[in-house]
Each structure stands twice: as C-alpha cells, then as structure tokens.
Design a protein around this ligand. Structure first.
Ligand code: PFF
Length: 447
C-alpha cells in the first residue's frame, strides 16, 4: 500500500485548515445573517456557540481523524470496528455534496463579478440597475452555470494534484493573499463616514431580537463557518503529522475564522451605513448592495475587483476541503484512482449546482417544503446535517471512545499539559449534546 499523505509543514496545516473554515460563510453569509438577526446580539450568540460548542467539536474531529488516519467514514470503523458509527462519515459525504451544490453557485457568481469588475461591467449603474442586473443574471439559464463550471474546474485542477502538491500548496499561497486583501479593505472601511454607525450595529447588542430561531441560526452559522459536523476536519486531520498539536491547531483555526468574520463585518457594515442602506438585505448583500457602494467610492474599479477576488479565493479553499471529504472516501473505499474520484465528484457537484442555479430561474417553481432547491440544500446542510453530525461526533468522542485514548491523543502522548481536558470532556459529554439537541428541536419548532 502506498503511504498516506500528510501536510508537510505547520504553515500548511494551518493554511489548509483555516482555508477550509474561512470562506463564503465568513464573507457572504456571516454579514447578512448578522444584518438580518439584529447585529451585535447575533454576534454574541455566535461567539458563545464557537467557544462552547464549536471548539470542542473541532478538537473531537481532529482526534478522530489524526488517530485513525483514514477518510471520514473509515475512521469510525477503524476506531470502533463492528459498529455503525461509520454512518456519521457517510452522512458527511452527503452533506458535502449538498453544500457544494449551493456553494459553487455563489462562488460562480463571485467569478462573474470578478469578470464584470475587470471589464467595467459594474461601472456607472444606478442602485435599481444593480438590482435588475443581478436578478436577470441569477435567473439566467446559462451564464451563472458557466461560471460555476469554471469554478469547479479550478477545484478539479487543484484536487487532482493531491494533498501536498494540490491542497497544501494552493492554501499556502491563497490564504496569505486573502489576509492581505482583507486588511487593506478593513483599514479602508474604518475611514468611511458610516464607520461609527456600522461598528455600533455590529458591537452594540439589542437582545429584544433574540429568540430560539436566532439561536439555531447562530449555531448553524458557527458549525458552517468552522467546517464542522461533516467530516471535513476529520479528513484534514488524517493528514496531520504526529507532531501537530490538536488543541493548538483548533484554537488557531477558530480564532482566525472568527477574526475573518469580524473583519468582513468591519469591511461591509461601515460601507453599508455610509450610503444609508439597510444592513438586513439578506443573501444579496454582497452582490447588489456592496457593488453599489463601491461605485460611489473613489477607486471603484480597484475596490470591487479586489473584493470579488477575495471572496473567490476564500470560497476556493473551502470547496477543496468539501470535495476532499468525498474524494478520499471514493479513493480509499472503492480503490479508485485519485484522478477518477476527483472527476466523478466534481461532475456530481456540477449536477447539483446546476439544479441549484436553475432554481433562481426556470426551476423557480420547484419547491421542497416551501424552499427552492437552492434554499433547501442550504437549510438541510447548515441547519440539519451539520448540527446533527456535530452532535453525533461529540457523543462519539465523549462517550464511545475510551477516555484514556482521547486524552493520549490530545496530549500528544503526554507531551502537552492538558489542564482543560475535563472541561473539554464535560462539553463533549453533556453541554454540546444537550445544547445542540435543544437548540435544534426548538429551532425546528418541535420543542
Ligand atoms: N466553512 C466554510 C465557510 O465558512 O464558507 C464552508 C464549509 C466548508 C462548510 C467545509 C463545511 C465544510 F465541511
């Protein structure tokens, strides 16, 4: 058997894992969720979910992945043979395909906006024209699908090169680029006239808006943003070396991810308030509101180009991690070559995202519950599959795996002082399962 790949450097581990976490979830979803759910109160709930639920579940995923060194499903079988826990990994693979379905559509839109920025397509439009152009574009049966196809092809090119030469190399280049772009933007935004208003919207909580639906959304957002609950981090941790510290890595990744979300808010809200626009625009926030704002700023060409490149880069490092969950599974379980596994997966994702894209146009009438195909994929994966996966993973590491084994993994065989171990176990055994179940049931109106 060929030796299993590992990430080669510490930077590679952080860049790839943070690359998975930092994505459209931070730059597209987080600002509009915050905008729609009351600003700072949502942010606070989100922080609590990251700290109390997200971080422990991330360490749990790392523990499973690094100790088993296998794909997300096989990992469970290796650690607990003859049980059915591997189903958690299989669920994750389905979640990956659903997420890829809607995620690649948005990523395709951002590529189109890069192109439009480059070719002056966004210049000199009125707010109404931005709105109409966006609605026409997303309802089109060809153009968005073309960009989604291009986006998935870029994923293919990176993924086919494998873990070290593909994922790690790409992340090492793309993540620093992303940070630099974000810092340039953040500084620019703080000098805008609406900066104070934007920041107060983000940081001054209004608790009257909080209800169980919002808590469910904050939790869903935390799981989505940290890439938890579907085996992505199990898969990436299976490429960690023995010397990678699991807790340190989880802390760094969660901090970077939260930082980027806050920075995205700092970039977007001051700009939005500077031009007197409502922050509760929903998913269209970065596609209609922001380009409109950019046009009114000096250097519009430069800023909108920079912004959409930034979003595309963030999306790319996340989708390669989503795809890798399924590719490693196909490759290891069905003995497919990496090339074939990648090709099959990208084609399946293209099929899903075509349906999602068409649900803004010709397939608008097709609904599941009351949701369009696009919204259904988003809802099912972020609000159901990820928290459910997170719940099962917490129970698995908290109750099923041997406590000594887990401690040994987390402390790197006793090399690290893990004074927080009991806290971690309390969260995995009690807090996370109870909180996730309650929030889950009440958010769905069942409790
Ligand atoms: N964390 C990514 C984001 O915030 O955009 C999305 C994501 C990637 C979710 C990988 C789940 C996942 F497994």
């Amino acid at each position: 058997m060929t030796k299993r790949a590992t990430f080669t450097t510490k930077l590679g581990v952080i860049a790839a894992t943070a690359g998975s976490s930092v994505g459209l979830g931070n730059i597209w979803r987080f600002p509009y969720e915050t905008g729609q759910n009351g600003g700072a109160a949502f942010l606070l709930l989100y922080f609590i979910c990251v700290l109390v639920l997200g971080l422990p579940v991330m360490v749990a995923e790392f523990t499973i992945g690094r100790s088993a060194r296998a794909n997300a499903s096989r990992a469970f079988l290796k650690l607990t043979p003859k049980t059915h826990w591997y189903v958690v990994g299989v669920l994750g693979i389905f979640a990956a395909v659903f997420i890829m379905g809607f995620y690649s559509v948005i990523a395709g839109w951002t590529l189109d906006y890069v192109y439009q920025s480059l070719t002056f397509g966004l210049a000199d439009k009125s707010p109404e024209q931005f709105q109409t152009a966006f609605t026409q574009f997303t309802a089109d049966a060809v153009r968005p699908i073309f960009w989604t196809f291009l986006f998935l092809s870029i994923n293919y090119v990176i993924l086919v090169k494998g873990v070290q030469n593909g994922i790690e190399k790409a992340s090492n280049i793309l993540m620093p680029v992303l940070f630099i772009l974000l810092v340039i933007f953040g500084v620019r935004s703080l000098f805008m006239p609406g900066a104070a208003e934007g920041l107060s919207f983000m940081f001054k909580p209004d608790f009257s808006k909080v209800d169980s639906g919002i808590i469910l959304k904050a939790m869903g957002q935390a799981f989505f943003s940290l890439s938890l609950g579907m085996g992505t981090l199990i898969t990436y941790a299976s490429y960690f070396s023995d010397r990678t510290s699991l807790v340190k890595t989880a802390g760094t990744v969660a901090t970077l991810d939260t930082l980027v979300a806050i920075m995205a808010g700092i970039v977007i809200f001051p700009a939005v308030f500077s031009f007197g626009i409502s922050p509760s625009q929903g998913p269209q926030l970065i596609f209609i509101t922001l380009p409109n704002v950019f046009q009114q700023m000096p250097g519009a060409y430069f800023w909108s180009l920079l912004f959409f490149v930034l979003v595309s880069v963030a999306a790319l490092t996340s989708t390669i991690s989503l795809c890798e969950v399924a590719i490693s599974y196909l490759h290891e379980e069905f003995g497919m070559s990496r090339r074939r596994a990648t090709l099959i997966l990208v084609l399946v994702c293209f099929f899903m995202s075509t349906l999602c894209s068409l649900s803004f146009g010709p397939l608008r009438q097709v609904t599941i519950g009351s949701l369009t195909i696009f919204d259904f994929c988003d809802f099912l994966s972020s609000n159901i599959l990820l928290p459910l996966g997170g719940l099962l993973i917490a129970i698995y590491v908290g109750w099923v795996l041997d406590k000594k084994f887990v401690r040994n993994q987390i402390s790197d065989g006793g090399r690290i002082n893990v004074w927080y171990f009991d806290l971690l176990m309390i969260s995995l055994r009690f807090i996370a399962p109870v909180a996730i179940s309650l929030i889950f049931l009440s958010g769905l109106g069942l409790f």
